[in-house]
Design a protein around this ligand. Sequence first.
Ligand code: ADP
Length: 491
Amino acid sequence: MYVVQIASECAPVIKAGGLGDVVYGLSRELEIRGHSVEIILPKYDCMRYDHIWGLHEAYRDLTVPWYGGAIRCCVYCGWVHGRLCFFIEPQSEDNFFNRGCYYGALDDHMRFAFFSKAALEFLLRTNKRPDVIHCHDWQTGLVPVLLYEIYQYHGMGNQRVCYTIHNFKHQGIAGANVLEATGLNNPPYYFEYDRMRDNFNPFALNFMKGGIVYSNFVTTVSPHHAWEAHYGEFGYGLGHTLHLHQHKFGGVLNGIDYDVWNPEIDHYIPYPYSADAIEDKLRNKKALRERLWLAHSEKPLICYIGRLDEQKGVHLVHHAIYYALHRNAQFVLLGTATEPGLNSWFWHEKQFLNSNPDVHLELSFNEELSHLIYAGADMIVVPSNYEPCGLTQMIGLKYGTVPIVRGVGGLVNTVFDRDYDQTHPPEERNGYVFYQTDSQAIESAMDRAIGLWQYYPKEFRKLVLQGMAYDYSWNHPGADYLQIYEYIRHK
Ligand code: ADP
């Protein structure tokens, strides 16, 4: 099969979050399975050019219709760790992708409307006719709209679209001018509620809604989050639209890249280990303690790795630090806060706890240290308020670090409570789950985990090994996406 991914990120060359990892990881898996994959991306000025091999001009004169005129683009081609990528560079005064950042400009909706249009124009002009176009998040929500309303009449009538939503919170809100710019025109038609009119703001168009309405299949990044978005509050206003299109909506769990996240071959950890030699994990714990100046003692070590913000349940993260100390455990935190208030709160805590030999707060982004923490810690807390998929619990499992998570989104699909899970037999359970957002809830889950570590070490070790036995690679999601592609191709 021939698949083209159209996206605003692809790790490691352009990465702001999980989206980049998915675009890269899924493409790699599809290629391993013998399919042909190409990725179309914006050519940002600030992307990591050092991760692109053989970048060269592939198509010099791509003329993209825009506001009745046109913008000339140059399309570059290069390989990102083996994946074939095309980068679109518009040559206009708008400087759409020369902003020193990926997102956050006032005209983001115009930047990505243009990118969506340019990507389709590129396919059209170069006679590329993929079986499936896979696009992602609000930035490329207009791709299926443009394909169905314009490009199918120019010879692209056989292309099918799979649309994946990684984050319902950002939906791409725009006014009627985007219709004029992209050549869709006809505002009354697109402002219908069953097309692109925002469900709550009658004066706005919603790109993500367009993506849902016009795609052949829509996915989000875990089955439980698909349910939450459809029936609960996490669809952020799109629940009704998902309901109307439920026959083509589902959840596919993200995978993680076991070439990067694997304690057997991890170059960042001093003592590689596997389930057969789990004792070596203890040597990494010692190395972690030495690196962070923590005391060497008979205590369990609990960690948190991730952004410090409301989505991640930052108040519970904070509570977990003090509860761990209270329960005679150690705590390591690696994270960055984007919001100034939360940032100063955690810097204050860091200073306050500075001389405590049982805790370390590292307030930075440090990929290398994160590997050592996953390897050295006994448990990892993930108390998110909402979590479409979540990677840290899956990485923790691979490294034999028992996850203690709140039962939301993808966490529900990946962590099964040792004591209370109803869906898995005891020998398949792998962590601890709590549900409420109050401090007692996380305390009771941490209590059970710490108690097992302290009083039943053999049982704890069993739990560790059960977690390591799980396969959260791209193997299963790759097969799931292929099934979806086959389904929409023959529909
Ligand atoms: P998000 O919602 O931020 O995408 P995920 O759990 O899906 O959360 O992915 C987070 C990824 O980022 C994980 O690979 C995690 O190890 C990494 N990460 C988060 N914060 C940091 C940090 N401060 N330093 C290093 N890696 C981090």
